[in-house]
Design a protein around this ligand. Sequence first.
Ligand code: SF4
Length: 237
Amino acid sequence: MENDSLTRYSEIIEKNRREIVLLRGAGCKWRRCAFCDYHLDFSSDEDSNFALNQEVLGQVTGKYGRLEVINSGSFVDLDRRTLGRILDISIEKKITEIHFECHWIHRGAVAALRKAFEAHGIQTKIKIGVETFDALYREQVLLKGIDETSPAKIAACFDEVCLLLGLDGQTEASMRCDIETGLAYFERVCINIMVENTTRIKPSPPVIDTFMKKLYPVYKDDGRVDILLNNTDFGVG
Ligand code: SF4
């Protein structure tokens, strides 16, 4: 494998057991979310991305029948050969359910991806980062780039949602509302607690404290909710 300081393969053994791979693509096309600096994991060298991704995908065993593919962006940022390799590996290793990430602006590409995998009996689960259903906060503070306020309409193309909690201005009620809205409209919810990074958005210790005391105990054993207290909790990154 190339010299690369990131851990790119792991297994999630707690809820919805699955293998997870962190692949490298050509880079997030949105790249404006105010809290995000992981879009820096990209390369415009397609051959190098494919070589790296092929090596990472070589570690997939299929032991849980489920695979999650993330790439610091959307699946559309992966090169064609990598997408082909993901499909081949999924067939070879008898994966029955595959998860990808996708930004709102690429929702039009979801149907074709589903079709390609579903033709081989592989169910696709597409995850969108919404971060919060408070559209004003989401668009004016977080600059998320979702020009739709209705949770039902956002959910129409997607199966799973990521939320970002632990930010200034959030409260127990607002965080509970985000989680409950996520559970009402999506199959699964992934809660990311904000951690310090290189962006201007900072974690809020009192808000995180409120989350830990009031909400973590409620949702920690919910099989439909993943909670990442640290953004490397899935074992990759
Ligand atoms: S869409 Fe995802 S990768 Fe792109 S800037 Fe936003 S959070 Fe980062």
